[in-house]
Design a protein around this ligand. Structure first.
Ligand code: UT7
Length: 324
């Protein structure tokens, strides 16, 4: 049996935050944010709304839009770097809340490449014949880990979630995958883990996102252009024959530079950065869903998805879109 992605769902919190919001407490302005990042708005989760809630929202949307049953899902993977808590896992909470009594459950930590990594793992579980129906989530509440005193990063992040259902089928639709890590770049994008000694014990007191934006920008361009040709070669589909390119939505200028360097047409890219900001592992499913809702992505279209981010890590998937 092969792995087939059959359905997609997404969820974003209600609160819309525009760029003027930041002008009240840091030295920035709408013009800088739009021109340097392409971000116009992003969504913020409510006070008691966490990553697990966003996952449930995305799963409900998947069920409603695709009219599928989830009772026989046998594995749940949640890619996130912003879990409600590290234990229990988001996947176990989702498994419980959705009543998936026969499902295994794990979280994975691969930052903005997490959704693609999750698909790769699900693909392997199904190809190995051990599982038949897997949910893969990319879900984040980054705004709960944002340093609002750092103007270079706080303007970037938003909250959201996406999920795909991947099923065993005689003919799959995942045509190629790739994944890698460059751990020596970890210093350029990380959660701070500030520590304090309390009664002789080392306690983590604070964890906020830190980023050397310029360094990550440069690395992203080099890495993603290389992965575009690796994935084209592995899938046997030339870059120009891909219908849609969906890179992680970190910055509109990254997407534009990738296109200008590879000759890939910008109008054949899908993004979520402009309306949702950088949502890390959720950005690719949010961009894909946007493309489907706008009538751009059709059944049978060939999608090239590449995630990249903190680790530093990257992962890509080429697939023939089979969902509704
Ligand atoms: O999602 C995971 C992967 N992440 C990425 O791929 C992110 C990659 N990096 C980026 O997207 C960009 O580097 C940023 C959006 C983070 C920053 O944009 P940039 O064009 O690289 O800005 P910069 O850091 O080079 O700063 C340029 C100038 C600086 O001023 P000076 O030194 O030239 O006077 C900054 O202090 O812009 C200033 N600046 C700001 N000005 C107004 C930085 N942040 C702001 C701000 N408002 N919010």
């Amino acid at each position: 049996m092969q792995a087939k992605i059959t359905a997609l769902g997404t969820y974003v919190p209600d609160r819309v935050v525009d760029n003027h919001f930041f002008e009240t407490f840091i030295d920035t302005n709408d013009e800088w944010i739009v021109s340097r990042t392409g971000i116009q708005t992003r969504r913020y989760s409510a006070e008691h709304e966490y990553t697990s809630h966003l996952c449930i929202g995305a799963a409900k949307n998947l069920v409603e839009e695709n009219l599928v049953m989830l009772d026989d899902v046998d594995f749940v993977i949640v890619a996130t770097v912003t879990p409600d808590q590290t234990m229990p896992s988001m996947a176990s909470q989702v498994q419980d809340k959705l009543g998936l009594t026969n499902a295994g459950a794990i979280d994975i930590s691969a930052a903005c490449a997490g959704f693609a990594y999750g698909i790769i793992l699900a693909n392997g579980l199904i190809a190995a014949g051990t599982h038949r129906k897997v949910l893969v989530f990319g879900a984040e509440t980054l705004t709960k880990f944002t340093n609002f005193e750092d103007r270079t990063s706080c303007i970037l992040f938003g909250d959201g979630a996406g999920v795909v259902l991947i099923e065993a089928a005689p003919e799959g639709n995942i045509l190629a995958v790739s994944a890698g890590s460059q751990g020596d770049g970890g210093k350029d994008l990380y959660m701070s883990n500030q520590r304090k000694q309390i009664n002789g014990v080392d306690i983590i007191t604070d964890n906020k996102i830190h980023q050397n934006g310029r360094a990550v920008f440069k690395w992203a361009i080099n890495t993603v252009t290389e992965q575009m040709s690796v994935l084209a070669k592995r899938s046997g589909i030339a870059l120009e024959d891909m219908d849609w390119f969906i890179p992680h939505s970190a910055n509109m200028r990254i997407i534009e530079t990738l296109c200008s360097q590879t000759g890939f047409p910008l109008e054949k890219t899908l993004e979520s950065i402009s309306i949702y900001g950088n949502t890390s592992s959720a950005s690719i499913p949010l961009a894909l869903h946007r493309g489907i809702r706008e009538g751009k992505v059709k059944k049978g279209d060939r999608l090239l998805m590449i995630g990249f981010g903190g680790g530093l890590v990257y992962a890509g998937v080429v697939l023939e879109w089979g969902g509704k």
